[in-house]
Design a protein. Sequence first.
Length: 269
Amino acid sequence: ASHVRAVGSAEHPVVIAHRGASAYAPENTLAAVDKAASLGIGWVENDVQRTNDGELVVVHDDSLARTTDVEQVFPDRAPWKVKDFTAAEIARLDAGSWFGSGYAGTRVPTLEQYLRRVEAHHQKLLLEIKNPELYPGIERQILKVLANEGWLDRAHVGGRLVVQSFNADSLRTVHELKPGIRTGFLGRPAVADLPAYARFTDLVNPSATSLSLGYVAAVHAVTGPHGRPLGVFTWTVDDAAGARRVAGYGVNGVITNKPDVVRDALKGR
Ligand code: G3P
Ligand code: CA
């Protein structure tokens, strides 16, 4: 289906704000989306998990302890797993004070709230399905929220959505349910295995530490499920030299906590 657009290019890799502009605002919050927008960054990355009562929320760790005040609010609920709290309980938590007092009162967003903010800024979204093995059926549920919020149209027509995961089964499920959505596998499959991944993933997204010129070329040499060469988004690159290195390898996108630094490093290449 050639209507599914390519994303980024070796000449012009896209810059993706990792968990939002997370060097400058608390990760995976609306404030981090706003910060990316104010820096003029067109792509944000997030992490989606599920509450005890089935709400989709944007948070990275499987525990709430690192990025919220959950230990103070619910001292008896160790180890404070996302899946053990209701949406109403999570809505009471402060997800900003740990980062800086200026962010006190910042909340853990629901996926719906998050999508609306990204849309308000006309940004593009790299949505990570985090720990899907903990949340059976989460793929179908995410697709339903995306559909309700108009994001499937944006995905198809505008090329504004990529769904990624470290879990290949989860991506295969997304591809089977909605073949028009672009997907990205987080990891670095052996070159011999790339054609098998290319049945269900459009991008291969390896850690920058594991990347080489040869590997990027090997990925680009394989055709993905929408008839285009597989792409590469790499993570997490926060310095100018690193950004120029991976851009020199020909990656399609750079995932970074400091999107302004990476954008400026890649200017005028
Ligand atoms: O987008 C790539 C990166 O987010 C994967 O690692 O742990 O930050 O979700 P992590
Ligand atoms: Ca992530």
